[in-house]
Design a binder for this molecule. Structure first.
Ligand SMILES: C[S@@+](CC[C@H](N)C(=O)[O-])C[C@H]1O[C@@H](n2cnc3c(N)ncnc32)[C@H](O)[C@@H]1O
Length: 338
């Protein structure tokens, strides 16, 4: 069996398979098939033996007549229900990481931290059995949970995965040769602390992608990427996923959604000794009070730096000219006296 064997197993359900049972109200329960065992709810039970030998996608009826749909869980189902040490990267963001960081079969990928292992599993799927995912996690207890989760999903230890317990900054230089890594994925509180070791490990043209939860982290890591001088201009985005309710004529967005998960920011490693090209877009006018670089005429620090002046222009707000404001004021009808 390949490492990816269990979730890709085709054919009838077998002993040891995970099966997701969905009841008529859409409630899901995940069971692991054991001969002779039963799945109980307060309204009857289903015998595992009724599922073993049946094809994926059957329905099964419990002892009180409730019908369940039985399917092998997808990776996206599994990560949302598996035990969590730390918050997981949601499937919508894991999909973005895999595509936008261009994780390819056979790639060497560095990941930190591992947390619960959700993102690790998407990375392992994308690199396949011939690639390498070198994951680093400070907390041994989290690394243990993540490895157990992945083992349970893949049915065995994935041959492409190495988990190292330790801080990425100390452990990465010992684990890889300079320039050996194709892609780096960081999901941690302070990714800016790791840029030096990441730049050393990445191959020229290699991709670094960071997942951060707050705008303050996003700003800090963007500035650190620019300041480091070995990366291309970063690009940042978030993705919102809004489910739709599909019932008769009531086809509309669902009322509830996860309004926020995190931001992604990506950049690429420049060739050794190459400086990032000057940016043509100038920061807002309010920023010109800063000291300027005599060579380029642009402020030495871009907006968002710690000592930047907080003006409407510097944060990109459109500001009406004093002339326009005076004109608007003349046109305003004064409040009538009370
Ligand atoms: C939000 S969790 C990662 C969740 C994971 N991506 C997932 O999908 O399950 C962040 C993890 O990064 C770890 N961490 C933070 N800084 C680290 C560092 N410098 N080196 C290694 N691990 C780090 C933390 O211990 C924590 O477990």
């Amino acid at each position: 069996m390949t490492a990816t064997g269990a979730p890709y197993r085709r054919g009838p359900f077998q002993e040891g398979d995970r099966v997701q049972l969905t009841d008529p109200k859409g409630r899901m329960h995940t069971i692991t098939l054991v001969p002779g065992k039963q799945f109980h709810t307060h309204r009857g039970h289903v015998a595992h033996d009724d599922l073993i030998g049946s094809p994926d996608g059957v329905t099964v009826t419990n002892t009180s007549g409730t019908e369940y749909l039985a399917l092998r869980p997808l990776l996206s189902d599994y990560v949302m229900s598996m035990p969590r040490g730390a918050a997981v990267v949601y499937p919508k963001d894991a999909g973005q990481v895999v595509t936008m960081a261009d994780i390819f079969p056979g790639a060497t990928v560095v990941e930190a931290g591992v947390g619960s292992g959700a993102l690790s599993m998407s990375l392992l799927r994308a690199v396949g059995d011939t690639g390498r995912v070198l994951s680093f996690e400070r907390r041994e207890d989290f690394a243990d949970i993540a490895q157990a989760n992945a083992r349970s999903f893949f049915g065995t230890d994935h041959p492409a995965w190495t988990v190292t317990v330790g801080d990425l900054v100390e452990a990465l230089p010992e684990a890889v040769e300079p320039g050996e890594v194709d892609r780096v994925v960081l999901d941690m509180l302070a990714p800016w602390e790791c840029l030096g070791v990441v730049a050393d490990a990445l191959t020229p043209g290699g991709v670094l992608i960071c997942y951060v939860a707050t705008a303050t982290q996003l700003s800090k890591v963007a500035e650190a990427m620019r300041d480091h001088g070995t990366f291309t201009e970063p690009a940042a985005w978030e993705s919102l996923q809004r489910g739709w309710h599909l019932e008769g004529l009531a086809v509309r967005p669902q009322h509830r959604m996860h309004g926020h998960t995190g931001f992604l920011i990506s950049t690429r490693r420049l060739a050794p000794g190459v400086r990032p090209p000057d940016r043509k877009r100038r920061p807002g006018r309010g920023y010109s009070a800063q000291e300027e670089d005599p060579g380029t005429g642009t402020p030495e620090q871009p907006p968002g730096a710690d000592d930047a002046e907080w003006t409407p222009e510097a944060v990109g707000e459109r500001v009406s000219s004093p002339k326009r404001v005076r004109k608007l004021a003349r046109g305003v009808v004064p409040p009538s006296p009370r």
